[in-house]
Design a protein around this ligand. Structure first.
Ligand SMILES: CC(C)(COP(=O)(O)OP(=O)(O)OC[C@H]1O[C@@H](n2cnc3c(N)ncnc32)[C@H](O)[C@@H]1OP(=O)(O)O)[C@@H](O)C(=O)NCCC(=O)NCCSC(=O)C[C@H](O)C(=O)O
Ligand SMILES: [Mg+2]
Length: 286
């Protein structure tokens, strides 16, 4: 069963930028990815690792979920990143460019009980999504749409048609194995309209939330991925009507002219639990 922890907004921040790390502790992000990989220049990698791991040990981020993205195991920094991240004990460690379940097993052999998240961003990783999703210790998939577009020789288009197969394949794999899954970034961080469209598409496909690159993107993302007031009102009505129906020995209720069966009630309860988890997180962050 997918955890009900909110992951509407998952903000990347460059691990080399102290100001961004300080600012992150005040931002309304559900989760923070402290990045040692693509957002950090080679000359700054070692200093960024020290800064990120020392910061995480100080636990300054309140109730926000904290994830460290390490460099790949095929780089000169990967092994030391993983050791240092494991010692800092974040909520999860994010492995870039995962190609196979063996990549998760290798990370887990160092990370122990710390949850592993996987960047799904290579053609081979997408083809192996089901096996990766079944790997012990993995709790969340993160779409890496920039790397995917590059490796597929595709283009960033508003409808994301070139990525739909990859997004759908990872969603199927994640849901089949009870994992959380968050969508890729929207690069034009000052384009609110484009961001909203991308969030709506991701939400309607089934993603739990979206990865972000700038604080400007938080408000729209948090709004789109939260259940709306109308959806919650309908969910409450469905649960009530169904409970009344079952008390009378019936298996079907009707709300707003539409049937309500046990599967609809299961979905309604999921939405209500999600809203409660968001309210709790926002209260803790206030
Ligand atoms: C995109 C940026 C380089 C823009 O930086 P900058 O010009 O400094 O932004 P602003 O001046 O507008 O910043 C305003 C304030 O906000 C803080 N800030 C900015 N970005 C962040 C952030 N990501 N997290 C926290 N805080 C942030 C600034 O410090 C300013 O604060 P203040 O001093 O109080 O005014 C920059 O936003 C950036 O570097 N973003 C992250 C880029 C990144 O992480 N890239 C890697 C991840 S994307 C990826 O790799 C996806 C995947 O792998 C794939 O393949 O698709
Ligand atoms: Mg990437």
């Amino acid at each position: 069963m997918t955890e009900s922890r909110p992951r509407r907004s998952v903000l990347y921040m460059p691990g080399s930028k102290q100001r961004a790390l300080e600012k992150a502790a005040t931002l309304p992000a559900d989760a923070l990815i402290l990045d040692l990989e693509d957002a950090v220049a080679p000359a700054e990698k070692v200093a960024a690792r020290d800064l990120v791991c020392e910061t995480v040990k100080g636990r300054p981020f309140g109730a926000r979920e904290v994830i460290i993205r390490v460099n790949g195991s095929d780089t000169e920094w990967g092994a030391d990143d993983l050791l240092a991240a494991a010692a800092a004990a974040p909520d999860a460690i994010l492995i870039p460019k995962v190609n196979s379940p063996e990549d998760i097993a290798a990370a887990r052999s160092v990370a122990g009980d710390i949850a592993i998240w996987a960047m799904m961003e290579t053609p081979l990783g997408i083809l192996n999504a089901a096996q990766i999703a079944a790997a012990p210790g993995l709790t969340c998939m993160v779409m890496g749409t920039n790397d995917l577009v590059k490796d597929l020789h595709a283009a960033h288009t508003p409808d994301r048609l070139p990525l739909i197969t990859s997004l759908g394949q990872c969603l199927l794999a994640a849901r089949a194995h009870g994992l959380a899954i968050v969508d890729g970034v929207y690069n034009a961080f000052k384009d609110d309209e484009g961001l909203r469209a991308s969030c709506l598409q991701g939400r309607d496909m089934g993603f739990d939330g979206k990865t972000l690159i700038h604080p400007l993107q938080l408000a729209i993302t948090n709004e789109v991925f939260a259940p709306s007031a109308a959806a919650l009102e309908e969910a409450e009505a469905q649960v009530t009507a169904f409970e009344e129906a079952t008390a009378k020995g019936e298996a079907v209720a009707v709300v707003n002219g539409r049937i309500v069966e046990n599967l609809h009630v299961e979905n309604a309860r999921r939405l209500l639990a999600e809203a409660a988890a968001i309210a709790k997180l926002e209260q803790q962050a206030a």
